[in-house]
Ligand binder design. Sequence first.
Ligand code: SF4
Length: 272
Amino acid sequence: MSPTVRATGGVFCQFCGVDTSSELITNPSGHPADAAPGAGHLAELDELVSRCTACPRLVAWREEVARVKRAAFRDEEYWGRPVPGYGPADAEIAIVGLAPAAHGGNRTGRIFTGDRSGDVLFRALYDVGLASQPESVSLHDGLTLHHLRITAPVHCAPPANKPTPAERDTCRPWLVRELDLLRPTLKVVVVLGAFGWQALLPVIADAVWEVPRPRPKFGHLAHAELPATDAGSPLHLLGCYHVSQQNTFTGKLTPEMLREVFDRAKQLSGIG
Ligand code: SF4
């Protein structure tokens, strides 16, 4: 369950009712390495993520963006906090990007929501039946994901969309725990872009799947089947060009290519 914004001001977690407005966080969740393993379910994990203050540079950036705002959104209350994953706890498919966008997820509080990348992504997810609607514009737009969870290896918007290796490593335990909690149903992870691929492989290795040597290489529709170390089902990794405007505006990634990846993910997960 993700935190919600109240029109009267303040940002309140649906899970615990705490006001998690970034400058009002009086009860940070602690270092991810200490806090993440204790999350007993995804709603609790999401709530802990939304109160994380472990990366000083990213805390300063997300709050500055939320204060200064983009002119088009000047009347909006920005989220300005870590953006948790979104989607059901029994998802068979996960999409992993890299980090929230400064004026997208960092504004709306939901991953890929309210930016151009999300427009392309959710249109394709709706077309293949993984989303209830083709748009994702705000926390209150009624969007539901089917069989799908969307998340990121870094939960705060970074300057220039580039987290440092140290920030990526600090955030890693959140995603390790998220994959642990999704483990009973998770079959496929679609990774958006080479950076996300590189960030995810160490997470996978910390979870219950083996990453072969040499490590599988990223590519569009690259596929690797990773055996489980717990005698459970393997995990299918699928590469996909990132849904950035740089890729979608230039035609490097077309809506057809995106639908093909998600159709393949459905097939591998056994739901389509
Ligand atoms: S990037 Fe991750 S670890 Fe760093 S402050 Fe944000 S949520 Fe916490």
